[in-house]
Design a protein around this ligand. Structure first.
Ligand code: BES
Ligand code: MN
Ligand code: ZN
Length: 502
């Protein structure tokens, strides 16, 4: 896979399978309008006749006219101008990449059209990053385990053209960023879609350990014995119904000095969630192989953070286990003791994510965290509230929230702040232990967050509930690519960069 920038001429002179230009609703983009001059106004005529509508993710493929070096002209619809944000821009190029792969057009030239810049995509660097990242993550392959793969060929070459500014280092940087961010996103997509029997906690830890070798990252995997001596009773409790041993995966990036703050990223690593004793219905349960999406994002972000040499300290902690209903499984009403000593009444074993996060956050604090961001496919309620198009953010700290929201804007992820009014705290009340793990169906995304916050030790803390955004399985939702999204890994990489700036 190669990605190149050409600053030295118009897109018409660059060879490849497809030259991609854009249209808004019923209106050609600037690069498309320029190209149309060489096409005797055919594109404008197609807009006029309604054949080319410029609707979001609409892909129109035409033979290239003489004088254009690429074989095909592709017009990518971006929909309404005023609702185009960084999330939609990434997604549009992912749809384009999927359509081009199906047509075997794998050497792609992207026209970087300055008219696409606006509030959400402020400059050419941001535009190039979104286009290239979106295009590259179209290479995610769903059918990895087919004996006779009918897979479309991969996008193998991406050239960004039509930007004046040859040698512009900010654009070179944007492209190398895009490749790193796409790699991280693809890794999360792969992990999240891996069948649970091919990605157990042990196998995930082994892969992370292998990936860390040869990088500046430090890695430690706590096994069952280490978890027992640390007193990680919450993670061990959830793991007790499974034959697969749990692990706590710890990855460290030391980009700052010991005196500098440490950003802890804690991710839910449930490699399969049956619900445990509080077992889930069979229909759709296979989706629960994706219940380690938070852990996957946190871990994949670390490789990009290390590669970028981000000058701050970042600590990733991922409590990983299956949630199974085996003979030793927790039963509703059982009490476990978390690593920080807090006792938890487990009234519903299907609210397992917050229980393992209790040990994750406790350990992050013990390891010197000064700020905590946790990421988890935590609640069905988050999906009910926001679907697959946005994710709830809940927090105890304004400044850290603002940093995360800015990072999400850069990464092309969407986050929406949910309230944490004190009245919600009652969901924690237990008659027999310090806290209970389930406070009923009402405001359940918020009560999940309230529970996790109880283990943040008063540190600045942000919680991202990505149960909806980590995977789009809604067939009717045509404006978001189907399958795993990799979210919010790019946000986490940007967060480290913004955190490093202080
Ligand atoms: N992993 C699920 C949440 C989830 C739902 C993730 C849909 C992705 C898609 C979580 O562990 C869970 O089971 N939550 C339940 C808890 C409840 C039944 C106690 C929920 O929120 O419905
Ligand atoms: Mn569950
Ligand atoms: Zn779960």
């Amino acid at each position: 896979m190669t990605v190149a920038m050409r600053g030295d001429g118009p897109p018409s002179g660059i060879g490849g399978d497809a030259l991609v230009v854009t249209a808004y609703s019923d209106e050609l983009g600037t690069a498309a309008a320029v190209l149309d001059l060489a096409m005797d106004g055919e594109l404008a005529a197609m807009v006029g006749s309604g054949e080319l509508r410029g609707r979001f993710a609409e892909v129109t493929v035409l033979p290239a006219p003489p004088g254009i070096s690429a074989r095909r002209v592709v017009v990518l619809g971006l929909g309404d101008r005023d609702v185009l944000d960084n999330f939609r821009l990434h997604n549009a190029y992912t749809f384009a990449g999927r359509a081009l792969r199906r047509r075997r057009l794998t050497r792609v030239v992207l026209a970087a059209d300055a008219s696409l810049c606006g509030p959400a995509v402020p400059d050419m660097a941001a535009l190039c990053r979104a286009m290239v990242t979106g295009m590259l993550i179209a290479n995610h392959e769903a059918g990895m385990h087919k004996s006779n793969p009918d897979a479309a060929p991969l996008i193998e070459e991406v050239t960004v053209a039509g930007v004046d500014g040859e040698g512009d280092s900010s654009l070179d940087e944007a492209l190398s960023d895009a490749m790193l961010l796409a790699d991280s996103t693809l890794r999360v997509m792969r992990w999240v879609s891996a069948p649970a029997n091919t990605l157990t906690p042990t196998l995930l830890a082994a892969e992370v350990t292998e990936l860390c070798a040869g990088t500046s990252l430090g890695v430690e995997v706590m096994d069952r014995a280490a978890l027992e001596s640390a007193g990680a009773g919450a993670l061990l409790g959830i793991a007790s119904g499974s034959a697969e041993p749990p692990v706590m995966i710890i990855v460290r990036h030391r980009g700052g000095s010991d005196a500098d703050p440490t950003l802890a990223l804690v991710g839910k690593g449930i490699t399969f969630d049956t619900g445990g004793t509080s077992i889930k219905p069979a229909l759709g349960m296979e989706m629960m192989k994706s219940d380690m999406g938070g852990g996957a994002a946190v871990l994949a972000a670390m490789f990009a953070i290390a590669a970028l040499n981000v000058p701050c300290n970042v600590l990733a902690v991922v409590p990983a286990t299956e949630n199974m209903p085996g003979g030793r499984a927790l039963k509703p009403g059982d009490v476990v003791r978390a690593l920080d000593g807090t006792t938890i009444e487990v009234v519903n074993t299907d609210a397992e994510g917050r229980v393992v996060l209790a040990d994750g956050l406790s350990l992050a604090r013990r390891l010197g965290a000064s700020h905590i961001v946790d990421v988890a496919t935590l609640t069905g309620a988050a999906v009910v509230a926001l679907g697959h198009v946005n994710a709830p953010l809940m927090s105890s700290d304004r400044a850290l929230t603002d940093l995360v929201l800015r990072a999400a804007g850069q990464g092309g992820d969407r986050l929406a702040e949910f309230p944490m009014h004190p009245e919600y705290d009652s969901c924690l009340r237990s008659d027999v232990a310090d806290v209970r793990n389930w406070g009923g169906r009402e405001a359940a995304a918020i009560s999940g967050a309230i529970f996790v916050r109880a283990f943040s030790g008063g540190l600045p803390w942000v919680h991202l509930d990505i149960a909806g955004t980590s995977w789009n399985e809604q067939a009717n939702l045509r404006e978001v690519p189907r399958g795993p999204s990799g979210a919010p890994v790019r946000t986490l990489v940007w967060l480290a960069r913004l955190f490093a700036r202080g």
